[in-house]
Design a protein around this ligand. Sequence first.
Ligand code: PMP
Length: 427
Amino acid sequence: MNHQKSAAFFTEAKRTIPGGVNSPVRAFKSVGCDPIFISRAEGSRIYDVDGNAYIDYVGSWGPMILGHCHPKIVEAITEAAKSGASFGAPTEKEIVLAEMVCEAFPNIEMVRMVSSGTEATMSAIRLARGYTGRDKILKFDGCYHGHADSLLVKAGSGAATFGVPTSPGVPADFAKHTLTATYNDLDDARAVVEANRGTIACIILEAVAGNMGCVAPRPGFLEGLRALCDAEGILLIVDEVMTGFRVAFGGAQERFGVRGDLVCLGKIIGGGLPVGAFGGRREIMEMLSPVGGVYQAGTLSGNPLAMSAGIATLNLLKAEGFYDLIEEKSAYLEKGLLEAAKEAPFKTSWQRVGGMFCTFFTEGPVYSFADAAKSDTKAFGKFFRAMLEEGINLAPSQFEAGFMSAAHSTDDLDRTIEAARRSFKSL
Ligand code: PMP
């Protein structure tokens, strides 16, 4: 495969854009090759500037559950653009999407639109702090909730100790309010809460972790956190930026039957345009400005193009059997890939929840970030590069999930499985 033009663009991009990319993982740094520059995408395929076609399992990191360039979404965006790209004033479309979100999530009585997942989680946390009058938050090691200061914190050495900043630029004074615990370890979360009784505003988590690969909650974990929050006056924030409208129409909360006090959304609800949202019970949400005093705002919040793409997307997802179709395709791929992985010279572990999945290059099961971190990332990089050469676009990191779309055909899946068989063998 020829990547000449991509290579030239990368060199040029690095002159004016840090690392040549506007989001770090796009630089392919952890997989040992240069990134491909994309020219267009359609259905299950994405095309690079050198004219190479790839079957795409990144789907813009989740939003493209209908496949790329779905005609109904293109039409919705085009029509909306004809009436104006942005007004900075309320529109009917915002009400429509808000009502659709409230209908899908029974625990969301009110919702506010923002422009990214980061804004959604950052705002939800501010709201939780405002509501409870407490400063500390508890997150889980390996869960990503965007790049707001207080969320860029990894686990310290002891679960109950203060977090340490992951990134330079996050003041220790901010990071000290962020406590961390081990994902899927209820006892650990209980111990942290016990050691910080009465000071924790919220527990935030991905109900299916998609930012350390793909890690499902173990039975009892979500239920236990719900009970812990209820007992301690802590708000449970379920970050469904990735899982909302992905693992079920009503997200991971519908799938696992546990409800948060606040919910964060993004990705799919924007149909590929920049959107985030956070919502929850009326009494909490009405603490937001202009009703209450917790400030939160956005020039482009509720943008008409994004609302239109979101409404059109959710309408299509409501079709009878849509999630069965995603499940069927994903199960088909799973069966084939498990078979193909037998050709690998070492053990791998496949994990999947609905249409999100990953292959860990370690013997599973993977329940936590510490488990995921045992993966052979060099081997993953080799596999990634082999698959790319085969025309399969996977997420360029061991610690990211893959996504199925409705546009993936059986032929696409068969080709992927065959490519994986050869790639595993070549390791
Ligand atoms: N939360 C989760 C669970 C995510 O997966 C992401 C992005 N991958 C975010 C928050 C942040 O969203 P954004 O990149 O739109 O800011």
